[in-house]
Design a protein around this ligand. Structure first.
Ligand SMILES: Nc1ncnc2c1ncn2[C@@H]1O[C@H](COP(=O)(O)OP(=O)(O)OP(=O)(O)O)[C@@H](O)[C@H]1O
Length: 333
Protein backbone atom coordinates (compact mmCIF):
# COMPACT_ATOMS: atom_id res chain seq x y z
CA UNK A 1 0.00 0.00 0.00
CA UNK A 2 2.71 2.50 1.07
CA UNK A 3 6.34 2.37 0.07
CA UNK A 4 8.82 4.90 1.44
CA UNK A 5 12.08 4.59 -0.38
CA UNK A 6 15.11 6.56 0.83
CA UNK A 7 12.90 9.42 2.05
CA UNK A 8 14.97 12.40 3.07
CA UNK A 9 13.96 15.94 3.92
CA UNK A 10 16.40 18.74 4.52
CA UNK A 11 15.46 22.25 5.63
CA UNK A 12 18.44 24.38 4.63
CA UNK A 13 21.35 22.38 6.03
CA UNK A 14 19.18 20.70 8.62
CA UNK A 15 18.21 17.10 7.93
CA UNK A 16 14.73 16.65 9.41
CA UNK A 17 14.42 13.11 7.98
CA UNK A 18 17.45 11.07 7.05
CA UNK A 19 16.76 8.39 4.45
CA UNK A 20 13.71 6.46 5.68
CA UNK A 21 12.74 3.15 4.09
CA UNK A 22 9.63 1.25 5.09
CA UNK A 23 6.47 -0.29 3.73
CA UNK A 24 2.96 -0.35 5.13
CA UNK A 25 0.56 -3.06 4.05
CA UNK A 26 -3.11 -2.44 3.26
CA UNK A 27 -5.27 -2.77 6.36
CA UNK A 28 -2.36 -2.31 8.73
CA UNK A 29 -1.99 0.12 11.61
CA UNK A 30 1.53 1.44 11.42
CA UNK A 31 2.96 3.61 14.18
CA UNK A 32 5.76 6.14 13.93
CA UNK A 33 7.05 6.83 17.41
CA UNK A 34 9.69 9.23 18.62
CA UNK A 35 10.45 12.24 20.79
CA UNK A 36 9.93 15.89 19.80
CA UNK A 37 11.76 16.78 16.63
CA UNK A 38 12.36 13.15 15.63
CA UNK A 39 10.94 13.74 12.15
CA UNK A 40 7.53 12.09 12.57
CA UNK A 41 5.41 14.94 11.22
CA UNK A 42 7.78 15.53 8.32
CA UNK A 43 7.60 11.83 7.43
CA UNK A 44 3.79 11.80 7.60
CA UNK A 45 3.56 14.93 5.47
CA UNK A 46 5.80 13.37 2.83
CA UNK A 47 3.53 10.29 2.82
CA UNK A 48 0.50 12.57 2.46
CA UNK A 49 2.07 14.44 -0.45
CA UNK A 50 2.09 17.69 1.56
CA UNK A 51 5.88 18.04 1.77
CA UNK A 52 8.14 17.27 -1.13
CA UNK A 53 11.04 14.97 -0.22
CA UNK A 54 14.53 16.32 -0.83
CA UNK A 55 15.46 12.81 -1.90
CA UNK A 56 13.66 9.50 -2.22
CA UNK A 57 10.07 8.65 -3.03
CA UNK A 58 6.81 7.95 -1.25
CA UNK A 59 4.24 5.84 -3.08
CA UNK A 60 0.70 4.99 -2.09
CA UNK A 61 -1.00 2.14 -3.91
CA UNK A 62 1.59 2.37 -6.70
CA UNK A 63 1.03 6.11 -7.26
CA UNK A 64 3.19 9.02 -6.15
CA UNK A 65 2.10 10.42 -2.79
CA UNK A 66 1.42 13.85 -4.33
CA UNK A 67 -0.67 12.47 -7.20
CA UNK A 68 -4.13 14.12 -7.00
CA UNK A 69 -5.80 10.70 -7.15
CA UNK A 70 -3.80 9.57 -4.11
CA UNK A 71 -4.76 12.74 -2.24
CA UNK A 72 -8.46 12.14 -2.99
CA UNK A 73 -8.24 8.76 -1.29
CA UNK A 74 -6.49 10.06 1.82
CA UNK A 75 -7.68 11.34 5.18
CA UNK A 76 -5.03 13.46 6.87
CA UNK A 77 -5.34 14.54 10.49
CA UNK A 78 -2.80 17.22 11.36
CA UNK A 79 -1.35 17.48 14.86
CA UNK A 80 -3.08 20.82 15.33
CA UNK A 81 -6.32 21.16 13.43
CA UNK A 82 -7.87 24.59 13.81
CA UNK A 83 -11.56 24.35 13.01
CA UNK A 84 -13.87 27.13 11.85
CA UNK A 85 -14.98 28.29 15.27
CA UNK A 86 -18.37 29.67 14.21
CA UNK A 87 -19.50 26.49 12.50
CA UNK A 88 -21.21 23.56 14.19
CA UNK A 89 -19.80 20.04 13.74
CA UNK A 90 -22.57 19.31 11.24
CA UNK A 91 -22.11 22.40 9.11
CA UNK A 92 -18.33 21.99 9.24
CA UNK A 93 -18.43 18.37 8.10
CA UNK A 94 -20.96 19.15 5.38
CA UNK A 95 -18.66 21.90 4.15
CA UNK A 96 -15.77 19.42 3.79
CA UNK A 97 -18.00 16.78 2.22
CA UNK A 98 -18.96 19.35 -0.42
CA UNK A 99 -15.30 20.04 -1.12
CA UNK A 100 -14.89 16.32 -1.85
CA UNK A 101 -18.11 16.24 -3.90
CA UNK A 102 -19.64 13.69 -1.55
CA UNK A 103 -23.45 13.62 -2.06
CA UNK A 104 -25.17 15.30 0.90
CA UNK A 105 -27.22 12.28 2.02
CA UNK A 106 -24.17 10.02 1.92
CA UNK A 107 -22.08 12.60 3.80
CA UNK A 108 -24.76 13.04 6.46
CA UNK A 109 -25.08 9.31 7.04
CA UNK A 110 -21.31 8.84 7.23
CA UNK A 111 -20.55 11.75 9.53
CA UNK A 112 -23.49 11.03 11.85
CA UNK A 113 -22.42 7.41 12.27
CA UNK A 114 -18.81 8.46 12.89
CA UNK A 115 -19.91 11.03 15.47
CA UNK A 116 -22.22 8.43 17.05
CA UNK A 117 -19.33 6.00 17.36
CA UNK A 118 -17.07 8.70 18.80
CA UNK A 119 -19.91 9.65 21.16
CA UNK A 120 -19.82 13.31 20.19
CA UNK A 121 -22.64 15.17 21.85
CA UNK A 122 -23.86 18.74 21.25
CA UNK A 123 -23.60 18.58 17.48
CA UNK A 124 -25.32 21.93 17.14
CA UNK A 125 -22.87 23.69 19.45
CA UNK A 126 -20.35 26.18 18.02
CA UNK A 127 -16.98 24.52 17.45
CA UNK A 128 -15.38 27.46 19.24
CA UNK A 129 -17.27 26.47 22.40
CA UNK A 130 -16.25 22.82 22.31
CA UNK A 131 -13.60 21.10 24.43
CA UNK A 132 -10.31 19.96 22.94
CA UNK A 133 -11.46 16.33 22.93
CA UNK A 134 -14.71 17.20 21.14
CA UNK A 135 -12.83 19.20 18.54
CA UNK A 136 -10.42 16.30 17.98
CA UNK A 137 -13.37 13.99 17.37
CA UNK A 138 -14.76 16.42 14.81
CA UNK A 139 -11.36 16.59 13.11
CA UNK A 140 -11.27 12.79 12.99
CA UNK A 141 -14.74 12.75 11.47
CA UNK A 142 -13.52 15.28 8.91
CA UNK A 143 -10.70 12.90 7.88
CA UNK A 144 -13.40 10.35 7.00
CA UNK A 145 -15.90 12.43 5.01
CA UNK A 146 -14.53 11.16 1.68
CA UNK A 147 -14.37 7.54 2.92
CA UNK A 148 -10.63 7.24 2.15
CA UNK A 149 -8.68 3.97 2.16
CA UNK A 150 -5.66 5.58 3.78
CA UNK A 151 -5.65 7.57 7.00
CA UNK A 152 -2.60 9.49 8.14
CA UNK A 153 -3.02 10.77 11.67
CA UNK A 154 -0.45 13.01 13.37
CA UNK A 155 -0.64 12.45 17.13
CA UNK A 156 -4.36 11.59 17.09
CA UNK A 157 -4.57 11.35 20.89
CA UNK A 158 -2.29 14.25 21.75
CA UNK A 159 -3.57 16.22 24.74
CA UNK A 160 -6.69 14.09 25.19
CA UNK A 161 -7.84 12.67 28.51
CA UNK A 162 -7.44 8.91 29.01
CA UNK A 163 -11.09 8.15 28.24
CA UNK A 164 -11.12 10.11 24.98
CA UNK A 165 -7.71 8.69 24.09
CA UNK A 166 -9.16 5.25 24.52
CA UNK A 167 -12.10 6.02 22.24
CA UNK A 168 -9.81 7.39 19.59
CA UNK A 169 -7.45 4.41 19.72
CA UNK A 170 -10.26 1.88 19.70
CA UNK A 171 -11.80 3.73 16.80
CA UNK A 172 -8.48 3.55 14.93
CA UNK A 173 -8.52 -0.22 15.39
CA UNK A 174 -12.08 -0.37 14.05
CA UNK A 175 -11.05 1.60 10.98
CA UNK A 176 -8.32 -0.94 10.25
CA UNK A 177 -10.77 -3.78 10.86
CA UNK A 178 -12.96 -2.17 8.18
CA UNK A 179 -10.03 -2.46 5.75
CA UNK A 180 -8.52 1.00 6.04
CA UNK A 181 -4.79 1.53 6.32
CA UNK A 182 -3.79 3.75 9.20
CA UNK A 183 -0.42 5.40 9.75
CA UNK A 184 -0.10 7.46 12.88
CA UNK A 185 2.52 9.12 15.00
CA UNK A 186 2.77 9.22 18.77
CA UNK A 187 5.06 10.21 21.58
CA UNK A 188 3.36 7.86 23.93
CA UNK A 189 4.53 4.30 23.49
CA UNK A 190 1.46 3.00 25.27
CA UNK A 191 -0.70 4.36 22.46
CA UNK A 192 1.19 2.55 19.76
CA UNK A 193 1.66 -0.66 21.62
CA UNK A 194 -2.04 -1.01 22.27
CA UNK A 195 -3.15 -0.73 18.64
CA UNK A 196 -0.32 -0.85 16.11
CA UNK A 197 0.52 -3.88 14.03
CA UNK A 198 4.04 -2.61 13.44
CA UNK A 199 6.05 0.42 14.43
CA UNK A 200 9.19 2.31 13.56
CA UNK A 201 11.00 4.25 16.25
CA UNK A 202 12.51 7.50 14.99
CA UNK A 203 15.07 9.70 16.66
CA UNK A 204 16.88 12.71 15.28
CA UNK A 205 15.51 12.14 11.80
CA UNK A 206 16.20 8.48 11.41
CA UNK A 207 14.60 5.14 12.02
CA UNK A 208 16.50 3.49 14.85
CA UNK A 209 14.32 0.40 15.34
CA UNK A 210 11.41 -1.29 13.63
CA UNK A 211 9.20 -4.31 14.08
CA UNK A 212 6.27 -5.57 16.07
CA UNK A 213 6.47 -4.73 19.76
CA UNK A 214 7.42 -8.31 20.65
CA UNK A 215 10.12 -8.18 17.96
CA UNK A 216 11.49 -4.92 19.29
CA UNK A 217 11.50 -6.30 22.81
CA UNK A 218 13.27 -9.42 21.69
CA UNK A 219 15.86 -7.56 19.63
CA UNK A 220 16.57 -4.59 21.88
CA UNK A 221 15.17 -5.40 25.31
CA UNK A 222 16.90 -7.14 28.18
CA UNK A 223 15.40 -9.77 30.41
CA UNK A 224 16.75 -10.22 33.93
CA UNK A 225 16.00 -13.04 36.36
CA UNK A 226 15.13 -12.32 39.97
CA UNK A 227 16.02 -15.39 41.98
CA UNK A 228 14.68 -15.78 45.53
CA UNK A 229 16.55 -18.10 47.90
CA UNK A 230 16.16 -19.23 51.52
CA UNK A 231 19.80 -18.43 52.31
CA UNK A 232 22.01 -15.46 51.39
CA UNK A 233 24.13 -15.98 48.28
CA UNK A 234 26.75 -13.71 46.76
CA UNK A 235 25.19 -10.50 45.47
CA UNK A 236 21.77 -11.11 47.07
CA UNK A 237 19.81 -8.68 49.21
CA UNK A 238 17.24 -9.44 51.89
CA UNK A 239 13.56 -9.15 51.14
CA UNK A 240 10.56 -9.91 53.31
CA UNK A 241 8.90 -13.21 52.34
CA UNK A 242 5.35 -14.30 53.21
CA UNK A 243 6.47 -16.37 56.22
CA UNK A 244 10.19 -15.80 56.49
CA UNK A 245 13.06 -13.73 55.19
CA UNK A 246 14.06 -14.32 51.59
CA UNK A 247 17.14 -13.32 49.64
CA UNK A 248 17.01 -12.00 46.11
CA UNK A 249 19.73 -11.96 43.48
CA UNK A 250 19.35 -10.48 40.01
CA UNK A 251 21.13 -12.32 37.19
CA UNK A 252 21.17 -12.01 33.39
CA UNK A 253 20.54 -15.57 32.17
CA UNK A 254 19.47 -19.09 33.06
CA UNK A 255 23.06 -20.34 33.43
CA UNK A 256 23.54 -17.81 36.22
CA UNK A 257 20.23 -18.95 37.74
CA UNK A 258 21.53 -22.51 37.78
CA UNK A 259 24.77 -21.39 39.44
CA UNK A 260 22.78 -19.63 42.14
CA UNK A 261 20.72 -22.73 42.73
CA UNK A 262 23.92 -24.76 43.27
CA UNK A 263 25.34 -22.14 45.63
CA UNK A 264 22.14 -21.98 47.63
CA UNK A 265 22.11 -25.79 47.90
CA UNK A 266 25.77 -25.79 49.02
CA UNK A 267 24.83 -23.32 51.77
CA UNK A 268 22.00 -25.60 52.93
CA UNK A 269 19.20 -23.62 51.27
CA UNK A 270 17.20 -23.63 48.08
CA UNK A 271 15.71 -21.48 45.37
CA UNK A 272 12.06 -20.76 46.15
CA UNK A 273 11.05 -18.48 43.31
CA UNK A 274 12.32 -17.13 40.02
CA UNK A 275 10.76 -14.20 38.18
CA UNK A 276 11.71 -12.68 34.88
CA UNK A 277 11.63 -8.97 34.50
CA UNK A 278 11.35 -7.52 31.01
CA UNK A 279 12.58 -4.07 30.20
CA UNK A 280 9.72 -1.71 29.49
CA UNK A 281 9.25 -0.49 25.94
CA UNK A 282 9.84 3.01 27.30
CA UNK A 283 13.25 1.97 28.69
CA UNK A 284 14.17 0.23 25.43
CA UNK A 285 13.22 3.38 23.58
CA UNK A 286 15.28 5.59 25.91
CA UNK A 287 18.30 3.31 25.55
CA UNK A 288 17.97 3.40 21.77
CA UNK A 289 17.55 7.17 21.73
CA UNK A 290 20.58 7.68 23.97
CA UNK A 291 22.64 5.60 21.57
CA UNK A 292 21.86 7.88 18.61
CA UNK A 293 24.51 10.46 17.81
CA UNK A 294 23.40 14.10 17.94
CA UNK A 295 25.25 15.93 15.24
CA UNK A 296 22.37 18.28 14.45
CA UNK A 297 23.55 19.55 11.09
CA UNK A 298 24.81 16.14 10.03
CA UNK A 299 22.56 13.57 11.58
CA UNK A 300 24.54 10.35 11.25
CA UNK A 301 22.95 6.98 10.61
CA UNK A 302 23.09 4.24 13.20
CA UNK A 303 22.77 0.52 12.51
CA UNK A 304 19.15 -0.45 12.08
CA UNK A 305 17.52 -3.84 12.16
CA UNK A 306 16.40 -4.32 8.61
CA UNK A 307 13.55 -6.66 9.44
CA UNK A 308 10.45 -4.81 8.38
CA UNK A 309 8.42 -5.53 11.43
CA UNK A 310 5.48 -4.18 13.39
CA UNK A 311 4.02 -2.92 16.66
CA UNK A 312 4.64 -2.13 20.32
CA UNK A 313 2.97 -4.00 23.17
CA UNK A 314 3.36 -3.06 26.80
CA UNK A 315 4.26 0.11 28.61
CA UNK A 316 5.75 -1.05 31.83
CA UNK A 317 8.09 -3.66 33.20
CA UNK A 318 6.34 -6.94 33.77
CA UNK A 319 6.99 -9.82 36.05
CA UNK A 320 6.24 -13.18 34.63
CA UNK A 321 7.22 -16.70 35.59
CA UNK A 322 10.63 -17.84 34.48
CA UNK A 323 10.96 -21.01 32.46
CA UNK A 324 10.96 -24.03 34.70
CA UNK A 325 14.36 -25.27 35.86
CA UNK A 326 14.90 -28.63 37.50
CA UNK A 327 14.84 -28.24 41.24
CA UNK A 328 14.09 -24.54 41.22
CA UNK A 329 10.92 -25.30 43.19
CA UNK A 330 8.77 -22.66 44.81
CA UNK A 331 5.62 -20.84 43.89
CA UNK A 332 6.28 -19.22 40.56
CA UNK A 333 4.14 -16.22 39.83
N1 LIG B 1 9.37 23.89 7.80
C1 LIG B 1 10.44 23.64 8.54
N2 LIG B 1 11.53 24.43 8.48
C2 LIG B 1 12.62 24.18 9.21
N3 LIG B 1 12.76 23.13 10.06
C3 LIG B 1 11.70 22.32 10.18
C4 LIG B 1 10.50 22.51 9.44
N4 LIG B 1 9.63 21.52 9.75
C5 LIG B 1 10.26 20.76 10.67
N5 LIG B 1 11.51 21.23 10.92
C6 LIG B 1 12.48 20.66 11.85
O1 LIG B 1 12.66 19.30 11.51
C7 LIG B 1 12.77 18.50 12.70
C8 LIG B 1 11.70 17.42 12.66
O2 LIG B 1 10.44 18.06 12.83
P1 LIG B 1 9.08 17.22 12.88
O3 LIG B 1 7.98 18.20 13.09
O4 LIG B 1 9.01 16.33 11.72
O5 LIG B 1 9.32 16.36 14.20
P2 LIG B 1 8.27 15.55 15.07
O6 LIG B 1 8.90 14.23 15.37
O7 LIG B 1 6.94 15.52 14.43
O8 LIG B 1 8.22 16.45 16.38
P3 LIG B 1 6.98 16.74 17.39
O9 LIG B 1 6.72 15.46 18.09
O10 LIG B 1 7.55 17.78 18.30
O11 LIG B 1 5.84 17.22 16.57
C9 LIG B 1 12.64 19.45 13.87
O12 LIG B 1 13.95 19.78 14.32
C10 LIG B 1 11.95 20.66 13.27
O13 LIG B 1 12.31 21.84 13.96
Amino acid sequence: MIRADGLRKTYGDFPAVVGSDFTVEAGEIFGIVGPNGAGKTTTLKMLAGLVEPTEGTAEVGGRAADDPETRRNLGFLPEESPLYEDMTPRSYLEFFADLYDVPRSEATERTESTLDRLELEHRERRLGDMSKGMKRKVAIARSLVNDPDLLIYDEPASGLDPLTTNYVLEFTRELADRGKTVVFSAHNLYHVESVCDRIVIMNRGEIIARGTVPEIRETYGETTYHVFTTVPVEGSDSVAGADSERHRAVVPDMDAVEELRERAAAAGGSVVDIRTREQSLEDIFLDLARGTPDTDTDRGRVPVDDGDGGAPTSHGPSDRPAPSTPGSGGDRR
